[in-house]
Design a protein around this ligand. Structure first.
Ligand code: FMN
Length: 435
């Protein structure tokens, strides 16, 4: 099975029993470099660095909830962090989020390719399109004009299709063997192998060529995160790995089936894109310990609800008028599938209970390391997925939790032949190409 870890360049757990010195070490990148080293020791495929670039005041027109919960801020830019991690590791893949709404395609192509050089072929680009008004305002942008019957959400994916097409063409504007470094002839580049792209799209255009030469992967890995029908169509065209959050075994199985079908329809090998599900296992020395720990975590209901509420309030919906202790009404959404989905899943529950229940995990894994590892194996067998992306909620990550997973659960998976014990490749594409 393929293993990833999902985090962001955001404050980890900083003021709890096992926070350690995270409050003092995260800004310099040391905390995340340490995390990456641990994942590499455990032979993970990749570390995925999330991103967003705004501080939301959607909730009650105030920054209070956002900043108290530290759901999206303080956060730094993950691109330089990816470079730092790349220099401190040698095998781990580093997937960095780049939003198609906020970058010009040329800069994105150059940035990702440069990272692929710095990491010697271990870079992935997590292509996201999300653009709440809260974020657009920081860039002087407005939601794009809508065509008849189309949501801004789908339109952004149409634009992303064109964006990625252009980025890939820019990567390919240098033939793979354009750098000849011929000392005898004193010629570094074979200019006949570098071409313009002359891209004229509906939304983007670029002459090219890129000014960055071919990198070890030539075409760095493309990752997609998201679950909508349009998002899946985008992924079947472009993605080498998908990180997904379908809820429960049935949804997970359907999701994998649809992704594989989409790949086939796009003329691709259905095994060429690795689907990883998000999980946050609760691990104890015994099953009883783990169950008790999970109960203690969930006993902090208002804290968990506040955290979830802050995350949900990143969109443009103001939930402040919705009382936490009353059953959920139909909250209007603005084409944001996560909110519509939330309502469908939790209709009739008290809002606070819905928030607490709505954890970021595809399947609940609770138990001793053996129990959790067995649950992981069983769930993949039942769903046909390719692996897992571990995640610990925003502001809750501790190195102790990382150790529980990488020292507790992963060695069992390795002993059972379910996860790799050694890398067989030096590139991220190579890790993902393993069965
Ligand atoms: C594991 C995972 C990671 C994500 N990371 C980011 C991110 O870093 N930045 C971002 O703007 N959106 C991120 N998203 C949100 C997705 O890009 C997408 O907007 C959301 O899942 C809704 O998907 P859909 O629009 O296809 O329905 C992530 C989603 C998932 C499931």
């Amino acid at each position: 099975m393929h293993l990833g870890w999902f985090t962001n360049y955001l404050t980890p757990s900083w003021n709890r029993e096992f926070s350690g010195r995270a409050a003092d070490t995260w800004l310099s990148g040391d905390f995340h470099v340490n995390l990456a080293r641990r994942l590499e020791e455990a032979r993970f495929d990749y570390l995925l660095l999330e991103d967003s670039s705004y501080v939301s005041n959607a909730y009650g027109s105030s920054f209070d909830l956002e900043l108290q919960a530290m759901a999206r801020a303080p956060k730094n830019d993950p691109m330089p962090l990816a470079a730092a991690i790349a220099r401190e590791t040698s095998r781990l893949g580093v997937v960095v989020t780049g939003n198609t709404t906020f970058y010009p395609p040329f800069l994105m192509a150059r940035l990702i390719r440069t990272l692929d050089h710095l990491s010697r072929g271990r870079t992935g680009w997590n292509v996201v399109t999300g653009a709440p008004n809260q974020a657009l305002a920081n860039f002087g942008l407005k939601n794009p004009d809508l065509r008849d019957g189309e949501s801004a959400h789908d339109l952004r994916y149409d634009m992303a299709d064109e964006f990625v097409d252009l980025v890939v063409q820019l990567w390919e504007s240098w033939e793979a063997d354009a750098v000849v470094a011929d000392r005898a002839e004193d010629r570094y580049i074979d200019a006949s192998k570098v071409h313009t792209v002359d891209f004229e799209g509906k939304w983007y255009s670029s002459r090219g060529p890129l000014n960055s030469p071919p990198s070890p992967q030539y075409r760095p890995v493309i990752c997609q995160a998201g679950g909508s029908t349009r998002g899946r169509a985008f992924a079947s065209k472009w993605a080498d790995t998908i990180v997904a959050l379908p809820k429960g075994v049935d949804q997970m199985r359907d999701y994998v089936r649809e992704v594989r079908q989409g790949l086939e329809d796009a003329g691709r090998d259905p095994a060429s894109c690795k689907v990883l599900f998000i999980v946050t296992p609760t691990v104890g020395e015994t099953d009883a310990d783990a169950i008790a720990l999970r109960e203690r975590q969930f006993a902090r209901r208002s804290e968990r609800a506040r955290q979830r509420l802050a995350l949900m309030s990143g969109g443009d919906v103001d939930y402040s008028a919705t009382p936490l202790d009353e059953p959920l009404p139909a909250i209007p959404t603005q084409g944001q599938s996560i909110s519509a989905e939330f309502l469908r899943r939790h209709a009739g529950k008290r809002f606070e209970d819905a928030l607490v229940d709505d954890q970021t995990e595809s399947v609940e894994l609770v138990g001793s390391p053996v129990t959790v590892a067995e649950q992981m194996v069983d769930t993949l067998e039942q769903t046909g997925g390719d692996g897992y992306l571990f995640y610990s909620g925003s502001g809750q990550l501790t190195m102790r939790y990382v150790d529980e997973v990488v020292d507790g659960v992963v060695p069992l998976l390795q002993r059972w032949g379910q996860a790799r014990s050694e890398y067989t490749s030096t590139t991220l594409a190579g890790h993902l190409a393993e069965p």
